[in-house]
Design a protein around this ligand. Sequence first.
Ligand SMILES: Cc1ncc(COP(=O)(O)O)c(C=O)c1O
Length: 413
Amino acid sequence: MTLLSKFDDLRAALQALAAGGRNPFDVRFEKISSATEAVLEGRPCLLFGTNNYLGLTFDESCIAASVSTVLAEGTGTTGSRIANGTYGDHVLLERRIADFYGKRAAMIFTTGYQANLGLISTVAGRDDQLLIDADSHASIYDACKLSAAEIIRFRHNDAGDLAKRLGRLEGRPGNRIIVTEGIFSMLGDSGALREIAHVKREMGATLIVDEAHSLGTRGTRGRGVCEDLGVESDVDFVVGTFSKSLGAIGGFVVSDLPDFELLRIACRPYMFTASLPPAVVGSVIAALSRISSDASLGERVRRNSGKLYRALAQEGFAVGPEPNAIVALKMPDRETAVRFWNRLLDQGVYTNLALPPATPGSLSLIRCSISAAHAEAQIETALAIIIAVGRELGVLDSEPKETLAQVAEHVPA
Ligand SMILES: Cc1ncc(COP(=O)(O)O)c(C=O)c1O
């Protein structure tokens, strides 16, 4: 028995995965050529698995802001926000995010993961109850582990089940805190926020919504699904990340809570880690300005997502429930998913392989993420390749319209 023998099953699973071709957890891009293209294994590939929803990683204004900030303020802050790690730009970014959401205050964190960890573990105390959607992201589950509160899971997107579980708590002391998401990261389905907000109003609770995948991709102002569904005033805390639509790294929480500032000296994942480096803060401020001033970014990612989703659904793929910037293809089994993902990469299309236990309902998924930066031609190419691989592996059952060799000619040289 060695220290790591507890991971023997994990090792065996990884070996089985790698035997299918590549290790999906060890993909190494030799060059990132743009928001939508890279070089992998010596060949160009199209990026359809990056969460770069608005393509801002290569935006000129974001890069310029990042460069000028690193030149002016150095490479890192070397300290926590409550010590030496608060610069003028951290405060400015918090003001900009709060204004973007029309909320009183914001706190920024070093990652989106830490934003969930920090907020949830701090506001949910020993006598409180956390009611979380069963399909919540790992950062929400980990936040629950860090919190002293009672943890109650409700069925995915089921406001009725939430109401039932809240009802059982009647008469018990403590605050009820509901946590759910704007768009769920595996199947790309939206949170049932109208129904959940209704339950919150009727039964009395605090509501936290993680808009990690919906900031920039949903809502006319790009504020996410809460904006889109008209429930922003019911939400007590919006959590989000800078690592997807904003093309950088970091996380945030916005709220109208009057005592919000108190969290800065109570929230351990905020206090006991170094603050975001200046270059990141600079680029995020620029990215937020881009989103605020250019509605076409959101419109484009929605148009591109709709195109890919509808075409794949029409071909016969089992897709997620609605077209969002995450388009998931449900594979018949784990082995087919692994082969599918490898064949796509062979043909120059990078997607995410998502397997149980990280997926809802033990599904094996090919998870595509779509960007505003994808050109029509890139979507057409990816589509043709995905469909051809679907036919080759028997996931789609009718005759091929194009062979894989013909389709491969579309990949950029
Ligand atoms: C719903 C959700 N919340 C939080 C996070 C964590 O964000 P980050 O990767 O920026 O730490 C993710 C990351 O994928 C996510 O999907």
